[in-house]
Design a protein. Structure first.
Ligand SMILES: O=P(O)(O)OC[C@H]1O[C@@H](O)[C@H](O)[C@@H](O)[C@@H]1O
Length: 479
């Protein structure tokens, strides 16, 4: 196989496959802004993206192209090779569901119901061993594909151990690791077994450069290094001295891609959905939210705030509709299934309490329809983004970018996006339901001109570091 100068590693790749009815394979876009970011860099050097095969169709596509030359036209940069790893099912379940999603995600977002969880017994140790194996599989594939002095960009908490594994075998490689999540302060990070906490930090410190979306998360990471490892941490310079090397820690907030988003939002399928939604809500004001049914997104308190708005300010009854487009994710984790049910039943309670023959106060849709989300962003009077903790939150940035007439943004202080959007958003403590209800009222009551002016400035701030620039900046930190 040709060796690559630039490699990316992430659990979810830029492309995924499904079987058509006739059994043939159809490719679809994988996840996220990273894909867009790659399009500029991939052209300057030979690039390889290593990810996990997440379905039988992915495995079939991967087996048919062991050199990584699978068909991903329109989803990944032209010429880039994509290598999908066939990870054994039990290894994947332990590494992805038990360690990454049920442990590391819970720690970094501080989601545990602490009187009861976590409790790390022998089952966890077995899962952790599999997490090592899963990271090893990525390491081997990267070693196999990397040219001398290649740059390797490792993504997220699924692959925390990869940088150190690579470093031990190939000191010539130049490695970045980016955390898309928040980072927990040492007092919370210490919930992890101490040996695991150390292994995780040391694993990441195998990189030359570590990236985070917000200074808050970068500083929390440095505090954890100081608390758990015997290393020299310079908090002012954001560096860690470890294993005879100086590792730099950088803040790289990912922004929206305005050109791409606005073009997509102007397409016929979006406009058609906008018209359907408009017919559905009539001339009422709209509060929009778009999320996965994800514990950190705080959908339940968001609904509680809407209920409080309707209770304490009856003038909004019949005059506003809440469009909540939230779709189930991570169904393998029991807490997520329960949360999805709570969201569903709470929406029903609100409608049972306030609905009239002419008015549905809360429209809940639980399928993932991106064009419909764009349509909702375009027409929103208020956009509600109230996570309890979030690495960045791109909904906030995308929503203000495609708004037709300017929407008011109600935004949690605990989202990384609040660093850049705080000046013109209505910031709320995500745990304070009354403050959120008041912010919704302020958003709906805001004079149109002020709303449009704020939204314009928000869109500008959201576009400060579009994906291409975000990615190139990290690579530059390697030079
Ligand atoms: O496991 P999934 O559903 O692909 O989600 C993973 C991604 O979920 C996103 O919401 C996070 O911002 C990323 O940090 C993470 O990598």
């Amino acid at each position: 196989m040709d060796k690559a100068q630039l490699l990316i590693a992430s659990n979810r790749g830029p492309v995924s496959f499904v079987h058509r009815q006739d059994g043939s394979l159809e490719h679809r876009r994988g996840g996220g802004g990273l894909v867009a970011g790659m399009s500029s860099v991939a052209t300057e050097s030979d690039a390889l993206w290593v990810c996990a095969a997440l379905s039988d169709a992915d495995r079939e596509a991967a087996a048919a192209a062991p050199d990584g030359r699978i068909d991903h036209t329109g989803h990944a940069p032209e010429g880039m090779r994509v290598r999908m790893l066939d990870i054994p099912a039990d290894t994947f379940a332990s590494a992805y569901t038990s360690v990454a999603n049920s442990t590391l995600w819970f720690v970094q977002h501080m989601l545990y119901d602490v009187p009861n969880k976590p409790a790390f017994g022998s089952g966890f140790r077995a899962d952790w061993e599999r997490y090592r194996e899963y990271n090893t599989a990525f390491c081997e594939a990267l070693l196999h594909g990397a040219a001398g002095d290649a740059r390797v960009a490792v993504q997220d908490y699924h692959l925390s151990l990869v940088p150190w594994m690579l470093r031990q075998r190939r000191p010539d490689l130049r490695i970045t690791h980016f955390s898309h999540t928040p980072w927990a302060p040492p007092e919370y990070f210490r919930l992890l077994p101490t040996d695991v906490a150390r292994e995780l930090l040391e694993g990441m410190l195998g990189a030359d450069h570590l990236g985070f979306h917000s200074p808050r998360w970068a500083d929390a990471f440095l505090d954890c290094c100081a608390a758990f490892l015997n290393v020299a941490v310079d908090t002012a310079a954001r560096t860690v001295e470890f294993g005879g090397r100086v590792i730099t820690v950088g803040v790289h907030p990912l922004g929206a891609d305005p050109g791409d988003l606005r073009e997509r939002a102007a397409a016929a399928d979006v406009t058609e959905r906008r018209e359907t939604l408009r017919r559905r809500v009539g001339d009422r004001r709209t509060i929009v939210r778009v999320d996965r049914t994800e514990l950190s997104k705080n959908i339940v308190r968001g609904f509680a705030a809407y209920r409080e708005l309707l209770t304490t300010r009856p003038e909004w009854r019949g005059a506003v509709t809440h469009l909540a487009f939230v779709y189930p994710s991570r169904g393998d984790v029991p807490e997520y299934r329960e949360y999805t049910e709570t969201v569903r039943s709470m929406a029903k309670e609100i409608n049972d309490e306030f609905a009239t023959a002419e008015w549905t106060p809360l429209v809940l849709e639980m399928d993932d329809d991106f064009p419909r989300s764009l349509a909702a962003y375009r027409m929103a009077d208020a956009l509600l983004v109230n996570p309890v903790r979030d690495g960045m939150n791109l909904v906030a940035k995308e929503g203000v970018t495609v708004s037709d007439d300017g929407c008011a943004l109600v935004l949690s202080t605990e989202a990384g996006a609040a660093d850049e959007l705080g000046a013109d958003a209505l910031l709320v403590n995500p745990f304070d339901v009354t403050e959120t209800a008041n912010a919704l009222h302020a958003a709906l009551s805001m004079p149109r001109q002020e709303r449009a002016a704020r939204c314009g400035r928000l869109a500008e701030a959201a576009a400060a570091a579009p994906p291409q620039r975000w990615f190139t900046e990290q690579l530059r930190a390697l030079r």
